[in-house]
Design a protein. Structure first.
Length: 124
């Protein structure tokens, strides 16, 4: 379980590696939402490309998505929400998470690489 959080000029990057759990994802979210800088960011990226064992479940992805959607009240900016993964088994779980953002100002995307995610962020 190794997750690192990086504050960037306009957003945040969370890099997960090794074994990732629901609790680890929620811990990173708590750190992010508890920081005053969260109020001014326009994107958040969760990079799962270095994960060897992913224990995030669809049920918990829905819970995490609900909590994240609730956090939108702390950010007046339209949020771009990115997950970076190539794990075919994880993509449906990410889509379950993304469903929680329907009818919100959040724009959600999955990319295979961090470079592609940043390209998309810069193009908008």
């Amino acid at each position: 379980m190794a997750s690192k959080l990086f504050w960037e000029e306009k957003g945040i990057l969370v890099k997960h590696s090794g074994t990732v759990t629901n609790e680890e994802v929620m811990k990173m979210n708590g750190i992010m939402y508890g920081d005053r800088r969260y109020e001014s960011i326009t994107y958040q990226i969760a990079d799962y490309t270095e994960v060897t064992t992913n224990l995030v479940t669809a049920a918990n992805a829905k819970v995490i998505g609900t909590l994240d959607r609730t956090s939108s009240v702390w950010s007046s900016n339209r949020m771009k929400n990115v997950v970076v993964t190539t794990d075919e088994k994880f993509i449906p779980i990410v889509n379950t998470y993304f469903k929680e953002f329907e009818k919100t100002e959040w724009e959600c995307r999955i990319f295979e690489t961090l470079d592609k995610a940043y390209e998309w962020l810069k193009s908008n």
